[in-house]
Design a protein around this ligand. Structure first.
Ligand code: CP
Length: 360
């Protein structure tokens, strides 16, 4: 299914050269933001946030305002006609006729993909449930480029809620495309990285290992990416409480780390990094959030400057076959074509919205 517009749903829909060009533009904008102050004069960006956000929503809004554009949108669907039962299709159809670019965050996997099918302007995925968060990844790549001067040859530890963490899913998919990166997944057995992300890393030629203890590996890391245990993604409070406080980065653990290791975190933080670590020069998470504005300015300019559209659905609908993931948008919005593609394995179908696999 071809769209007239270039959407950003998953960074891996684009070649690495597209991301690196965008990151380089982000660096240029950071150096001379005033040079871009009128690039989006007369343009309108709509931010549709069906789920809470501080950084993503406000950095997108700041980015558009700093480019000279204007913003509309909602940050609480209860105050919009979503509360009356309006579908993503209808909301998107309407808002995309008001705006030049639409940014969507939603609690359900595949929601931005669903929006892109009916949108009359480019759609940007600002986080879809526990699935992907590509613009956080652009922020992370920009931060690594500025603070580590490279996107290659890094040992990256990712710690915490790796099963539900859309930021780490997008980041691993992206960084595994660059040479000689090695991943160390630090989590409890219950919160391990999903199999499909590990398969992508391997297919891209990168390596990973899985460990339980942060202090055993922190000394080998160039980058430590901490994540929050996401209470909102657990089926019950008991399951969340069993995982809470498993990993806490504190001053003692930082003593074991390399002098040039950097600590990243997409934020918000709850209790997985103690406040004393904020004073450590290697703590880069507040700087990372600041760089998010430059990454999103570069993204808005790039997407609005593109000619030609994206293919929104590339797979096929198989009669009677639907996704088994209850957190997939196709199980929330019935009208959507239930489109699947084959994974590398001929017996496995992958849902095009949430990447969940299904044996056939
Ligand atoms: N990093 C991130 O997505 O933060 P928000 O949830 O505050 O947008």
């Amino acid at each position: 299914m071809q769209s007239e517009y270039q959407h950003l749903i998953d960074l891996n829909d684009f070649p690495v050269s597209w991301w690196t060009k965008l990151v380089d533009l982000g660096v240029k904008i950071k150096e001379n933001p005033q040079d871009y102050a009128h690039e989006c004069d007369g343009k309108i960006m709509a931010t549709l946030f069906y789920e809470p956000s501080t950084r993503t929503q406000m950095s997108f809004q700041t980015a558009m305002l700093r480019l000279g554009g204007r913003i509309i949108g909602f940050d609480n669907p209860a105050n919009s006609s979503v509360a009356k039962g309006e579908t993503i299709k209808d909301t998107t159809k309407i808002v995309s006729s008001y705006a030049d670019i639409l940014v969507m965050r939603h609690p359900v996997a595949g929601a931005a993909k669903a929006a892109s099918i009916s949108a009359d302007c480019p759609v940007i995925n600002a986080g879809d449930g526990g699935h992907l968060h590509p613009t956080q990844t652009l922020t992370d790549l920009l931060t690594l480029k500025i603070e580590k001067k490279t996107l290659c040859g890094l040992t990256i530890g990712l710690c915490g809620d790796l099963i539900n963490g859309r930021t780490v899913h997008s980041l691993c998919k992206a960084l595994s495309m660059f040479e000689d990166n090695k991943f160390i997944f630090i989590s409890t057995p219950e919160l391990r990285m999903p199999a499909y992300i590990k398969d992508i890393i391997t297919a891209n030629g990168s390596t990973f290992e899985e460990v339980d203890a942060l202090d055993e590996v922190i000394g080998s890391l160039d980058v430590l990416y901490m994540t929050r245990i996401q209470q909102e993604r657990f089926a019950s409070r008991e399951e969340y409480l069993a995982q809470k406080n498993t990993y806490v980065l504190d001053r003692e653990k930082m003593l074991l780390a390399k002098k040039d290791m950097i600590v990243l975190h997409p934020l918000p933080r709850v209790d997985e990094i103690t406040v004393e670590v904020d004073e450590d020069s290697r703590a880069m998470y507040f700087t990372q959030a600041k760089y998010g504005v430059f990454a999103r300015m570069a993204l808005i300019l790039t997407i609005l400057g593109e000619n030609g559209g994206s293919e929104t659905l590339k797979g096929k609908v198989y009669s009677g076959v639907r996704c088994d993931n209850p957190k997939c948008i196709t199980n929330h919005e019935e009208y959507l074509p239930k489109s699947f593609r084959f994974s590398g394995d001929e017996t496995l179908l992958e849902c095009e919205y949430c990447d969940e696999r299904k044996l056939i």
